[in-house]
Design a protein around this ligand. Structure first.
Ligand code: ATP
Ligand code: MG
Ligand code: FE
Length: 351
């Protein structure tokens, strides 16, 4: 059974073909980064328009590349939420229209379930039950996973998501959008312990996060060091070569604070649930420091960590195709277009 998937929740157009017997046949991700970079963040209307331009041509090209035609496709999975409503509408309308024209069902997929199940696309898959850390541009959640659709959110961010904090701090350091991976790269040149940032909400029990204060702490350090906010240019008090090193030191300290904070909460979740498997997914799970820290943590607990390959950490169609294939039985031929900007993963039905 072959599933075609469309991901369009934010600024990536992701298309994939997943076969329930053969696995992933192929996928394509078109990133709109260049379109939004000048604005320092995603402009929703521009995102929607670009999904309109790109979705059909990418579907056509991917099907042609694999010598497949409409008769080979059994269902179309699409991201129904959460995400930008206009961007979601584009993917949903195209999925529903194609499914209607081809006489096959369309399956609505939850974007975060897509992220959560992305490690299942790898050869070495995690077994249920496990604890999942979802760390992306819009979410930071620790979820207890007993099976597909059996999700309980144990903790989440009360303000910014981890990826959002990375991107905002990167912007303050004068890095391009999206700055998360660039900040991680800059942090490699940073000297440890030059700056010390807080580990928010680790001094009290519970699994919730707060990252907005960390961004403010970084902003204060940047200001104190005489680095122009968001411009990154040096001032008279600080020579340009020192500014570059200082920025790297701040990036290092910021990343360390985020990684430490996440690791402390993951340790608590593992101890609280008794599960031996930790799954990390979402864009920030591509972060090497985070992966290494959590590997060490799980080793200490006699357990293991699973994560997707980097291209499946950030938004992609493959994860939507996989999640859609699992929920094939929920596919529908009705014409109601589903786009849910807000949608809790806890509201999904168990398989
Ligand atoms: P959501 O999935 O919550 O709707 P999203 O789809 O925008 O949000 P993703 O595509 O999963 O988020 O992830 C993008 C985020 O991951 C960005 O904030 C980006 O900066 C961050 N990110 C990607 N790679 C890294 C890295 N190596 N280190 C830190 N952050 C990273
Ligand atoms: Mg994106
Ligand atoms: Fe995402």
């Amino acid at each position: 059974m072959l599933v075609l998937a469309i991901e369009s929740s934010c600024d990536e157009t992701g298309i994939a073909l997943y076969d329930t017997e053969q696995g992933l046949i192929g996928h394509e991700v078109y990133s709109q980064i260049k379109i939004h970079a000048d604005y320092g963040g995603v402009v929703p209307e521009l995102a929607s328009r670009d999904h309109v331009r790109k979705t059909i041509p990418i579907i056509k090209a991917l099907m042609a590349k694999h010598n497949l035609n409409k008769a080979d496709i059994s269902a179309i999975a699409y991201t129904a939420g959460p995400g930008l409503v206009g961007a979601l509408m584009v993917g949903a309308c195209i999925a529903k229209s194609l499914a209607f024209a081809w006489g096959i069902p369309a399956i609505e997929v939850h974007h975060m379930e897509g992220h959560l199940l992305a490690p299942m696309l790898e050869e070495n898959k995690p077994d249920f039950p496990f604890v999942a850390l979802l760390v992306s541009g819009g979410h930071t959640q620790i979820v207890e996973v007993k099976g597909i659709g059996e999700y309980e959110i144990l903790g989440e961010s009360i303000d910014d998501a981890a990826g959002e904090a990375f991107d905002k701090t990167a912007k303050l350091l004068g890095l391009d959008y999206p700055g998360g991976p660039l900040l991680a790269k800059l942090a490699l040149k940073g000297e440890p312990n030059k700056f010390k940032f807080p580990r928010p909400m680790t001094d009290r029990p519970g699994l919730d996060f707060s990252f907005s204060g960390l961004k403010t702490a970084a902003a204060n350090a940047i200001r104190k060091e005489g680095i122009h906010l968001a411009g990154g240019q040096s001032t008279q008090e600080n020579a340009p070569e020192n500014v570059e090193q200082t920025k790297a030191d701040i990036a290092h300290a910021f990343q360390q604070a985020v990684v430490d904070t996440i690791a402390i909460k993951c340790r608590r979740a593992i101890e609280q649930t008794g599960h031996k498997t930790l799954v990390i997914a979402g864009g920030v799970s591509a972060n090497t420091e985070l992966r290494e820290k959590l590997e060490v943590l799980m080793k200490k607990h006699g357990g293991s960590v699973f994560y997707p390959r980097p291209e499946f950490c950030t938004d992609n169609g493959a994860m939507i195709a996989y999640a859609g294939a699992q929920r094939f039985h929920l596919g529908s031929k009705d014409l109601a277009v589903k786009a849910k900007p807000r949608w809790s993963i806890e509201d999904l039905p168990a398989l």
